[in-house]
Design a protein around this ligand. Structure first.
Ligand code: NI
Length: 173
């Protein structure tokens, strides 16, 4: 298990549509373990393949809010939304690829997802609250969409300029 560097926006690898994973292999299992470790270390509640430069349809999440609660790590491969609620919910979103920037994004408040699990079986489950927000945010990553793409062009450009500056500072060391 190893921690992976997380790509920072803007990066062309964050804008690609990711490829489906054909089957569960030991490499996929290792990837999932690395992604969970990287997510918890960050710390974050979700991480998608493209964020560590892996252009595959996989994300991990754990939106357990209570720090006292047991961790509830989830690995979703080839996820799809099979149903979205009419009801919408706004949540102040952030992203490990856009550090320290937060903005309100409106999405369906409940979604039903189907996905392939590490056990090789197809799973289906409904998510609400922060889990629903997180799942939709991560699924967006697999389609090259960032939460700032849901904002006005002005807000998006403002955040992007900050990230360009941050990356320039990081490159200087
Ligand atoms: Ni994100």
């Amino acid at each position: 298990m190893s921690l992976k560097p997380i790509l920072i926006h803007p990066d062309p690898r964050l804008k690609k549509v990711a490829d489906p994973i054909a089957r569960i292999t030991p490499e996929v299992e290792t990837l999932a373990a690395d992604m969970l470790a990287t997510m918890y270390d960050a710390p974050g509640i979700g991480l998608a393949g493209p964020q560590i430069g892996v252009n595959s349809r996989i994300f991990v999440m754990d939106a357990t809010r209570d720090p006292e609660a047991e961790p509830a790590p989830m690995v979703l491969i080839n996820p799809e939304i099979s149903w979205s609620s009419e009801a919408q919910n706004s949540y102040e979103e952030g992203c490990l690829s856009i550090p320290d920037q937060y903005a309100s994004v409106t999405r369906p408040s409940e979604v039903r997802l189907t996905w392939l699990g590490l056990d090789g079986a197809t799973h289906e489950r409904e998510f609400d609250g922060l889990w629903a927000t997180c799942a939709q945010h991560e699924l967006d990553h697999l389609n090259g969409v960032l939460f700032i793409d849901h904002l006005s062009a002005m807000k998006r450009q403002m955040i992007t300029r900050k990230m360009v500056k941050l990356k320039r500072e990081q490159a200087r060391g």
